[in-house]
Ligand binder design. Structure first.
Ligand SMILES: C[S@@+](CC[C@H](N)C(=O)[O-])C[C@H]1O[C@@H](n2cnc3c(N)ncnc32)[C@H](O)[C@@H]1O
Length: 243
């Protein structure tokens, strides 16, 4: 929890850095086919409460709120992203249907067993302690509730941004971690677990989703499926699980 608080403070302190890091992806964070596809996969039913972790500017949240009667809870630790998300919620007068909370995945300010569906889109590789995040997810999900964790796989050569992302991480150290890059076997999106991982131990470009699945299992999730497949035209790593 202390770690999470510190992470929040750092996110708030580095508003300019966040504006630079995320501002240049403004249009894809505003809305994206990937976000739409994840919400579609989440199979939301009327009157459900759904949780968007690391919601960014709300690309998935605003897709979800189109579903009848759905309540959307978003958590987002970066002040810059939250400010845009809140402005969008206010502009659409959705304050009663979309909550915007300042938090990270390791400590969700959400009651236990209150969430029907949850997702994290391009967030898992930001999370330092995936075991803690898995335990926290298990706590907030209703029995039978489903989570969907999806990261675009920028380490897959078929990703349209492969070259761009690799260059960025090599030239600038990505988010400051390129010097410690380590690489494993190239990924195989039809089921090989490891995939290639570049970046640092603290903030890799890609995490091992089989390792994530282990954390989910320990946390109490079942029916866990890990997939390395394309979604909305881009290669992704996916973990789905039922509480
Ligand atoms: C690449 S953006 C993706 C945003 C959004 N999910 C989307 O697909 O448009 C990653 C987001 O994860 C958030 N984030 C970083 N660390 C996080 C953590 N520990 N828990 C939850 N979100 C986190 C960042 O603030 C950022 O908004």
């Amino acid at each position: 929890m202390a770690h999470d608080h510190q992470a929040r403070m750092e996110h708030d302190r580095s508003a300019i850095k966040a504006a630079f890091l995320y501002g240049r992806h403004f249009f894809e964070f505003w809305q994206s086919d990937l976000n739409r596809a994840v919400v579609e996969l989440a199979d939301i039913e009327p009157d459900m409460t759904v949780l968007d972790i690391g919601a960014g500017m709300g690309a998935a949240a605003f897709e979800a709120v189109k579903r009848g009667g759905v309540t959307v809870v978003t958590v987002e630790p970066t002040a810059f992203m939250r400010a845009i998300l809140k402005a969008r919620v206010a502009a659409r007068r959705l304050g009663l249907r979309v909550a915007v909370l300042n938090a990270g995945a390791q400590h969700l300010p959400v009651p236990s067993e209150s969430i029907d569906r949850a997702w994290m889109i391009n967030v898992a590789h930001h999370i330092g302690d995936l075991a803690a995040a898995s335990a926290e997810l298990a706590r907030v999900m209703k029995p039978g509730g489903r989570i969907l964790i999806v990261d675009e796989d920028f380490t897959n050569e078929s990703h349209p941004k492969y070259e761009q992302m690799m260059n960025r991480h090599q030239n600038h150290g990505g988010h400051g971690h390129g010097e410690h890059a380590h690489e494993k076997e190239p990924p195989d999106h039809e089921g090989h677990p490891e995939g290639r991982q570049t970046g640092s131990e603290e903030h890799p470009m890609a995490i091992n989703f089989d390792g994530l699945a282990e954390h989910l299992k320990v946390a109490g999730f079942s029916e866990i499926q890990v997939r390395y497949t394309s979604l909305a035209g881009v290669p992704t790593r996916q973990a789905m699980a039922v509480r």
